[in-house]
Each structure stands twice: as structure tokens, then as C-alpha cells.
Design a protein around this ligand. Structure first.
Ligand code: ADP
Length: 319
């Protein structure tokens, strides 16, 4: 391999820059040239491709977001659009592409691979919802951001005898909510993997309040329920002031924490190693503290993400 490309796609995540930097530096150390594709698959289609040198990734390890830019480009589902993208890559003599993103981005990489163009996927998303890896790049940074928010809410809700609902990102994965719930000492945890019974939740909170509880934190994953409506119902039932806080995009920003910088660096360098070994159509993960790689098609189509039942149980035991 003489020339490779790298892009970031889908929702951004802290540590994406560190991953791009690692791809660039690891490739250059093996005398492979690297080309950055700007704005994800949109830029791939529009031929926004530029060679990256060592210094183009200076001062990047600590920066949140992605300097390559990211975009949503649903048109990439069309084969003719992807064919043009492959043409652009070939025009630059780029032989393989490293795609850093979430499961949507993996779908794009899978389809390029099926069309004969080799891609390596790196899991970049705060949601931790990718198959074949215990952790994704960005998850731990978002977790710390959520914890910080919960700590702050705890200070004020314990001063004011208030119930606090915190809506946490994760799409359809409860990992961020469960881990933040344990780390932040939340009393109630509501996640997409477990059926949500609103009446049961309100009854348990009511019972706690009747037995003397003066404040509580309820951690809820986005898309589970309308948190402002829920707050009104809890307030009506318990008589305690109840507020919902939607953390939103604050969870996607910020400097990556040490774990994400190191994970991104390891995964980026590993992707280059795989390409050197002639591997294409793979996705990289970390499982039981070891770097691993899986067939990207198999990962998307067949690999289940095991639910962390022990973590969920712990949120209940410690509440
Ligand atoms: P994420 O990668 O964070 O899950 P998206 O789901 O928005 O984010 O996916 C990112 C991009 O990947 C999309 O905008 C689109 O360009 C591409 N993509 C998503 N799904 C597919 C698909 N089924 N086929 C081809 N490309 C896809």
C-alpha cells in the first residue's frame, strides 16, 4: 500500500482528531502517504481530498470535534454516488480508506467494501453502540461530561429538595446512561434496553418521598420518553419540585479524556498495521483490553452487542 485515505463521518465524537492523527503518523512512519477526505462521505463524493503531512495533525491530540469535518449524506446509500466516490479515490491513487464513525458510517464502509474498495472502520461515537468493541472512541469523554453535569445537578437539587431528571444521549444504547448513573449515584435509571413503565417509576419515587427522601436523580436515555412531561407528572404525584435537564450536544464536545486519546491512538495505528498486512473490509475494536479486528460485513450483519446486565443490576443495587 502506497497511499491511503482517512475520513470522519456521522455524529462527531471527542478523540476523532486523535484517531486521524494516529492514522497519519503511523502511515508516514511506514512511508505511506495519507489523504484526508473532508466532510465525510459528502466530501468523498465531491472530491474534497487533500494530502495530509505530519504537521497537518500537530496540536490535534487534545482537540474535540473533527478537523476533517463530518456530514450527514444520505445519498451515499445510492450505488451510483458511491461509484463516483470510488472514482475520486482512484483518481488520487488512494488504495484503501479508513472510516472513523458510528454504525451509519460503518454501513457506508461496508458497502464500499462490497463494491471491491477496501475500508477499515474505526468506532467513533459517544453512544458506545458499535458491534465488535467494548468501547468506542468518545464514549469515556462523554461519560465524564455527563458525570460533571450530574454532580452539578446533585448540588442544587439537594439544596432545594428537588427531583432532577437528566436526559442522556446514546441513541438506542443505554451504556452512557447506566455508567453515568453508577458514577453519579443516580436513584433511577431508564434505558432503551429495558421496558419503561412510567407508572411504576412514579410509584417508586412516590414511595421514596413518603419515606423521607428529599431529592433524587433520574437518569434517562434520549428517545425513551418526553422528560418534561414526565417531570410534571412526578411533581404532581410527589409534591416535590421536579425539573428535566436535556444535556444535548454538550455531551459531544470537549477535549478527549486520556482513555479516548490513547484508544484513538492505538486504533489508528492498528488500522494502518492491518492495511500493511493486506487486510481490507475490517473494523477495529477493543475487547477485554486487547485490540481486535472483525469482518466489517459480519460485524454489521451478525454480531450482537451484548447488553451489560451486570452494570444495569449495579445501578439498581446501589440506588
Ligand atoms: P453515524 O455514523 O454516527 O451512525 P449516520 O447514521 O448519520 O451517523 O451515518 C453517517 C453517514 O454514513 C450517513 O450520512 C451516510 O452518508 C452514510 N450511511 C449511513 N447509512 C448508510 C447506508 N445504509 N449505506 C450507505 N451509506 C450510509
Amino acid at each position: 500500500v502506497q497511499k491511503i485515505g482517512v475520513l470522519t463521518s456521522g455524529g462527531d465524537a471527542p478523540g476523532m482528531n486523535a484517531a486521524v492523527r494516529a492514522v497519519v503518523r503511523a502511515a508516514l512512519s511506514k512511508n505511506i502517504e495519507v489523504f484526508g477526505v473532508y466532510d465525510g462521505y459528502l466530501g468523498l463524493y465531491n472530491n474534497k481530498i487533500k494530502q495530509l503531512k505530519r504537521h497537518d495533525v500537530s496540536d490535534m491530540i487534545n482537540r474535540g470535534g473533527t478537523f476533517l469535518g463530518s456530514a450527514r449524506f444520505p445519498e451515499f446509500k445510492e450505488e451510483s454516488i458511491r461509484a463516483k466516490a470510488i472514482e475520486n479515490l482512484k483518481e488520487h491513487e488512494i488504495e484503501a480508506l479508513v472510516v472513523i464513525g458510528g454504525d451509519g458510517s460503518y454501513m457506508g464502509a461496508k458497502k464500499l467494501t462490497e463494491m471491491g474498495y477496501p475500508c477499515i472502520g474505526l468506532p467513533g461515537t459517544i453512544d458506545n453502540d458499535i458491534a465488535g468493541t467494548d468501547y468506542t472512541i468518545g464514549f469515556h469523554t462523554a461519560l465524564n461530561t455527563v458525570l460533571d453535569a450530574i454532580d452539578r445537578l446533585r448540588d442544587t437539587c439537594s439544596s432545594h429538595n428537588r427531583i432532577s431528571i437528566v436526559e442522556i444521549m446514546g441513541r438506542y444504547c443505554g451504556d452512557l446512561t447506566m455508567m453515568a448513573s453508577i458514577g453519579g449515584g443516580a436513584e433511577f435509571t431508564v434505558i432503551p434496553e429495558k421496558e419503561f413503565n412510567q407508572d411504576d417509576l412514579i410509584q417508586s419515587i412516590s414511595a421514596d418521598v413518603k419515606s423521607g427522601k428529599k431529592h433524587a436523580i433520574i437518569a434517562i436515555t434520549e428517545h425513551t420518553t418526553k422528560v418534561n412531561k414526565l417531570a410534571k407528572k412526578i411533581e404532581a404525584e410527589t409534591g416535590l419540585e421536579t425539573r428535566a435537564t436535556i444535556l444535548g450536544h454538550t455531551q459531544r464536545g470537549g477535549a478527549p479524556v486520556a482513555f479516548d486519546r490513547i484508544l484513538a491512538s492505538q486504533m489508528g495505528a492498528f488500522a494502518v498495521e492491518l492495511l500493511l498486512q493486506g487486510e481490507g473490509g475490517r473494523c477495529v475494536g477493543v475487547q477485554s483490553n486487547k485490540l481486535v479486528h472483525h469482518d466489517i460485513i459480519d460485524a454489521i450483519e451478525n454480531m450482537p452487542r451484548p447488553f451489560k446486565e451486570d452494570i444495569y443490576n449495579l445501578t439498581r443495587i446501589l440506588a
